[in-house]
Design a binder for this molecule. Sequence first.
Ligand code: SAH
Length: 231
Amino acid sequence: MHRFVSKEGSGEWLIIRGDELKHIKALRAKRGDPIEVFFNGKLYRAVLENIERDKAVCKKLEELPQTLPLPHVVLYQCLPIELRLMEEVIDRASQVGAVSLVPVISRRSFKDTKLLEKKLERWERISLSSFKQCKRPMPLKIEKPIRLQDLERREEISLLLDNFSAGKSIKEINLRAKSYGVLVGPEGGFSLEEVKELRDKGWISVFLRPYILRTEMAGAVAVAILMNLAD
Ligand code: SAH
């Protein structure tokens, strides 16, 4: 079933405008078609009541459950120097089922925090568009950027994707936890000091077999493995 985003509603009615309306028209959706509508953080099963020139009117039928499946995996992504790669990271993390994404500033990452603020809106849009496509129950949440040195462990198991120290294989990790943190370095990786500090704080080094992955790939692979093997 197609899913659309509404920014306007009252009572049982939801209004769709702008690009979302264009999308409805491009799909040749018709009056009476069942759809899903995301409004104010909630997801509804709805029906298209009317398509007009500047808006589509939908009627809510029921609120849909939005429980995210376990385990809850948070992706801590060091900002790629080539910042547009974050868009790939967001889209992939959303598709494989991460709960949230925390952009991290590390020694070799992108660092201009002013510019990052300007990107947040675009990143939210990418997350929303991926949510529509992959049908997850809630959009991937994008959190505020944080510095690596301020990063505290918040999940039961914290994994440091580490392609140069002799890390564990992901098979050796406890796959019975309810929450995982996955930390990925930027294109140039982590420095040895950063790895040491993180390990001292309890992050577990993990190596993904068999090769070295690009930064925009590594996190998605680890999250996908955890979502499928952990229980
Ligand atoms: N130029 C770096 C590679 C960095 S890859 C080097 O040669 O060391 C970017 C990030 O992706 C790494 O910091 C790590 O977090 C992750 N990564 C890539 N391949 C990986 C692998 N096989 N196992 C674990 N982490 C990996």
